[in-house]
Ligand binder design. Structure first.
Ligand SMILES: C[S@@+](CC[C@H](N)C(=O)[O-])C[C@H]1O[C@@H](n2cnc3c(N)ncnc32)[C@H](O)[C@@H]1O
Length: 219
């Protein structure tokens, strides 16, 4: 079985049933997603890509907030994409949000969508589910146009929360194949410097989450 098929099958297994309650339950613990959407602020006419878009919850909120931008989403799970397509159509946003099945570690937006790059790319609570997360960041930065930004929000180190909470949360996340990326700041800063980008980093909600913006210098 190829890596794409294996990863896709695992995600389909995890989300086959969960996708029906995903948006209702995740709003309580995928913290920082709306902060990221508020800070995206794409230029008029700009292209925005979410990698690992799941049910398209973020894309729908963002498309309403920035009606002058064009939105794109990829996900490896056909189950999640099925829900995403239904919700996008229900919201009347099918012309504004284009979706495709692809693996974050090996996608090409020119082949998928016929576009050369994006003003904004974001990853929300997906890197913690991707084994090759460093390669995903490297690849994503390569598709951000000069002057554009890569935004990442995910589980943080919970360093300012009680130890019992941190330990319990990590054990619980492990059941869902989720591993907080404690090296995110160091990795993204290094990849950013190589790609001509500057990274700013925050650890909101007492470190429950981590949030990064990596801005490529204008050409
Ligand atoms: C926890 S969900 C997050 C969904 C959405 N970003 C959000 O904030 O609600 C993680 C998503 O990442 C997707 N995913 C995991 N590995 C992937 C990969 N290698 N390529 C593309 N998507 C992937 C899963 O299928 C799932 O939809």
């Amino acid at each position: 079985m190829s890596d794409l098929a294996a990863s896709g099958e695992l995600m389909d297994r995890i989300y086959r049933h969960q996708r029906h309650v995903y948006d209702a339950t995740r709003k309580f613990y995928l913290l920082g997603r709306d902060r990221l959407i508020r800070r995206l602020d794409p230029p008029a006419g700009g292209r925005v890509l979410e990698i690992g878009c799941g049910t398209a919850r973020n894309l729908i909120v963002a498309a309403r907030a920035y009606p002058n931008a064009q939105f794109f989403g990829i996900d490896i799970s056909s189950e999640m994409l099925g829900t995403a397509r239904r919700l996008v159509a229900r919201e009347g946003l099918a012309a504004d949000i284009r979706l495709a099945r692809a693996d974050a570690t090996a996608f090409d937006p020119a082949l998928l969508f016929g576009v050369p790059g994006f003003s904004r790319i974001f990853l929300s609570y997906t890197l913690s589910m991707m084994p090759g997360w460093q390669a995903v960041l490297d690849r994503a930065l390569g598709w951000v146009v000069p002057g554009g930004e890569l935004h990442v929000v995910d589980f943080g180190g919970q360093e300012r929360l009680p130890v019992w909470f941190r330990v319990g949360l990590r054990q619980w996340l492990h059941l869902f194949h989720v591993t907080p990326r404690d090296a995110l700041e160091a990795e993204l800063t290094m990849l950013g410097l190589r790609a001509g980008a500057l990274t700013v980093f925050e650890r909101p909600f007492r470190g429950y989450a981590q949030y990064a913006i990596c801005r490529r210098l204008a050409a």
